[in-house]
Design a protein around this ligand. Structure first.
Ligand SMILES: *Cc1c(COP(=O)(O)O)cnc(C)c1O
Length: 432
């Protein structure tokens, strides 16, 4: 299979090429040349363990990687997860499940895609005998997950920009306390969108980015999108036929990356009834799905910082499939928005009603669940990553051993202005 750009001006790429370059040469995002149809495979997929299902799915796309090698890459990517089910579907209440996506090394759903991406990069370096310099911007979790996917991989370096003071202290420690020599945590002035704009500008300097073989690790990488399809499929396969018929996946989102993966899976023949786009107070996607208008507002930092985004970069992929702006054209989407005050209230209510502790991102998903649907809420982060918010809501401080261990390690970060030239100079001096 080959991969084309949303902007239509780049030559088709193989899977490995598209993954290695991240952004298409014409500035667009990669998509499969045509979408496969899995509807005839679903019976065969039922009961497969997560890594086996992932392999069955990915081999349809990664046709340029020998199957045995791909199997090794997939196995290595999910080996570090702490739960045997990898993505357990946990019953929370009547007609309500949490799809727990936080059992990976950095306790957030981005590990699903980035562990795979790290191992794909590792293969690329071995096969081509080339180095890769990964660059990305993060509002918290992406950077941590990307860093943990690449730290210590020989032939790679990783540069992650994040808005100084706007990620949680534990998220910062996950990025800046790895002790790995190939990891650079760059704390820049401004918001996540500022950091993202700098990254785009650096990639936009074609001779610079090609010269250093820079690769994007933010949510636009093709491998991330595909890897994220798998947990929707895994969850769908575990529901009863009656539940499937009435299913709504509820997806806390900012960049539209996570929910886009589920929606693409639906286009690949998995009959998912609907999706709910759950935003925090940065509600551009909520406004889009309720009014049809896609317009950025001012960014408001929230208790769910990984969703503090007003420019959803994955939207370009969605637009590729749906031209026009009539929301009636996408009846499978509903939307909700959640203020900070509501987030704390929901954490309290879910704990009181179900004895289940959720993080502030997941809390956005628990807003106004439709009682007529079976809701599978994607639990995108462990509550242990947000101890202050949880303590304020329910008086309990959730902990996780991997986070406790970080607290005794030194923070190594680099403060820089949100300026493409300053970032390029930093990268040039340290790239592999
Ligand atoms: C990144 C992130 C999100 C939002 O993901 P999108 O790719 O923007 O859909 C939600 N919750 C957590 C915990 C995250 O890390």
């Amino acid at each position: 299979m080959r991969f084309i750009s949303t902007r239509g001006k780049a030559a088709p790429h193989t899977f490995s090429e598209a993954v290695a370059v991240g952004l298409a040469p014409d500035g667009g995002l990669f998509l499969p040349e045509s979408l496969p149809d899995f509807s005839g495979d679903l019976a065969r997929f039922a009961g497969l363990a997560y890594p086996d299902l992932c392999l069955e799915f990915m081999r349809v796309f990664a046709t340029d990687i020998p199957p045995a090698e791909l199997a090794g890459i997939v196995a290595a990517s999910y080996r570090g997860f702490s739960h045997p089910g990898i993505a357990p579907l946990r019953p929370v209440g009547k007609g309500i499940y949490a799809l727990e996506l936080f059992h990976g090394p950095t306790l957030a759903f981005k590990d699903f895609a980035l562990q795979l991406l790290g191992n794909l990069y590792g293969r690329q370096c071995r096969v081509r005998g080339e180095s890769i310099n990964a660059l990305g911007a993060t509002s918290g979790d992406t950077g941590a997950a990307a860093i943990h996917a690449l730290k210590g991989h020989s032939g790679t370096a990783i540069f992650i920009l994040y808005p100084d003071g706007r990620v949680s202290p534990l998220q910062e420690r996950q990025m800046a306390c790895t002790g790995a020599g190939n990891v650079f945590a760059l704390a820049v002035d401004g918001t996540f969108d500022d950091a993202q704009a700098v990254v785009k500008a650096v990639f936009g300097d074609r001779s610079f980015s090609a010269g250093l073989r820079l690769s994007a690790v933010n949510s636009i990488n093709l491998a991330r999108l595909l890897a994220q399809c798998v947990y929707y499929l895994h969850a769908w396969l575990r529901l009863s036929p009656a539940e499937r018929d009435n299913l709504e996946f509820v997806v806390p989102t900012g960049n539209f990356g996570n929910v886009l993966a589920g929606w693409m899976l639906r286009r690949m023949g998995v009959p998912i009834r609907g999706f709910k786009v759950a935003t925090n107070q940065n509600d551009i996607l909520y406004r889009f799905f309720t009014t049809g208008e896609y317009r950025a507002g001012a960014l408001q930092p929230s208790l769910a910082p990984s969703m503090d985004i007003q420019a959803a970069s994955n939207f370009e992929r969605f637009r590729h499939y749906c031209t026009g702006s009539d929301p009636a054209a996408w009846p499978e989407f509903t939307a909700s928005r959640c203020s900070d005050a509501e987030i704390t209230g929901i954490i309290r209510r879910v704990y009181r009603d179900y004895g289940y502790v959720i993080d502030p991102h997941t809390a956005c998903g628990f807003k106004d669940l439709n009682p007529d649907r079976v809701s599978v809420v994607l639990a995108t982060a462990s509550p242990a990553k947000f101890p202050d918010t949880i303590r304020e809501a329910i008086g309990i401080v959730p902990t996780d051993p991997s986070l406790e261990a970080l607290k005794s390690r030194p923070i190594v970060k680099h403060r820089l202005p949100a300026d493409p030239e300053a970032i390029k100079a930093f990268i040039s001096a340290r790239a592999v």
